[in-house]
Design a protein around this ligand. Structure first.
Ligand code: TYM
Length: 334
């Protein structure tokens, strides 16, 4: 608890541009939960360097993502929006938690397996211990809730296991966090290969709708979305994953139920449906895109947010870190 409110933590990597999977799986829920919790939203730039990054690009992406959080509706005064690398306690707790995490646990992580097969010339130790840094992120803030998409559930489970292990030895040091999944957007799929999740790193640019794509690009990408030959707008994720994905996107952004979407498009063709999805997404992202470009102009405002929030995050994080250091027996400095 902080100021009488439960605590929420979440983060996104500073790689590439955010897409509607990130938005519907995470960011949209962050905004709706932000009144009920004391929230920490990090741009996790330290996680990003587990894959080789161009320095200038990393810096630009990190700043864009921070502005995207704000443009999506998170008030940066009420919510602590900050860069992970500005709070050294993340790295310090991560080291300590490394000593409470088993290699067998990390060997099972599917994200590590995926990423190491994609980047087989750079299977670095950071990629391997990535989930430990993620656990440190969450546990430093004593988070009760962590809103994420489905692909992060395994990391969250590991975080809970490590926290339980530490607490069993040293007493109740860490709050055990609960994952919080959005209803329909927890797994948005690629528009080109709908059996796979939508991903920032997909080489096919038509596979993802990026939050900063313009209206024509959005509509064009939906027109090209891969569907099937059933000519039937019914929700069947097993046999019609492409159509089910478009229905999920349309239902969440249009605030409709899947049943309403089915009846709205009963007897209509895929062409009409894809156009309606494209227009709905373009309309939903328009105000957001406009706000983003306004924020981009206001350098001084963003710089102040970055500085103030780093201090606020460090204050809370250091409280937990000091407690942990004391518990494990590090000498106390006077
Ligand atoms: P990242 O940067 O890959 O993704 C950010 C958030 O977006 C969600 N997401 C999706 N949701 C639905 N459909 C998709 N296709 C899709 N793709 C991504 C992710 O589940 C995530 O919630 N390891 C994390 C970042 C992280 C973190 C943390 C998250 C670091 N520390 C602490 C929570 C708490 C990651 O790589 O997310």
């Amino acid at each position: 608890m902080l100021d009488g409110k439960k605590i929420l933590f979440s983060g996104m990597q500073a790689t590439g541009s955010l897409h509607i999977g990130n938005y519907l799986g995470a960011l949209k829920n962050w905004v709706s939960l932000s009144n009920d919790y004391e929230c920490f939203y990090s741009v996790v730039d330290m996680h990003s360097i587990t894959i080789r990054q161009d320095p200038q690009e990393l810096r630009n992406n990190a700043r864009n993502i921070l502005m995207i959080y704000i443009a999506a509706g998170l008030d940066p005064i009420k919510n602590c929006i900050y860069y992970q690398s500005h709070v050294p306690a993340h790295a310090e707790l991560s080291w300590i938690l490394n000593c409470f995490t088993y290699m067998g646990e990390l060997n099972r992580m599917t994200q590590f397996k995926d990423k190491s097969s994609k980047h087989d010339t750079n299977i670095n130790v950071g990629l391997y211990t990535y989930p430990v840094l993620q656990a440190a992120d969450i546990l430093l803030y004593q988070a009760d809730a962590v809103p994420v998409g489905k692909d992060q559930l395994q990391h969250l489970e590991l975080c809970r296991d490590v926290a339980h292990r530490f607490n069993a030895i040293y007493g109740d040091v860490f709050t055990i966090p609960e994952p919080s999944l959005g209803k329909a957007g927890a797994k948005i799929r690629s528009l080109q290969e709908p059996t796979k999740k939508m991903s920032k790193s997909d080489e096919n640019l038509n596979a993802a709708i990026f939050l900063l794509d313009d209206r024509d690009t959005i509509i064009r990408k939906f027109k090209k979305a891969v569907t099937d030959n059933f000519a039937n707008i019914k929700y069947d994720a097993e046999n019609q994953p492409g159509i089910a994905n478009l229905m999920d996107i349309y239902a969440v952004l249009g605030e409709k139920t899947i049943a309403q979407v089915e009846s709205e498009f009963a007897g209509k063709g895929y062409g009409d449906f894809k156009l309606a999805v494209g227009e709905t997404v373009a309309d939903a992202l328009k105000p957001f895109r406009e706000r983003f470009y306004e924020l981009k102009e206001d350098k001084a405002y963003i710089d102040t947010i970055i500085k103030n929030n780093a201090e606020k995050a460090a204050y809370t994080a250091n409280k937990t870190l000091r407690k942990v250091q004391k518990k494990i027996g590090f000498p106390i400095s006077n």
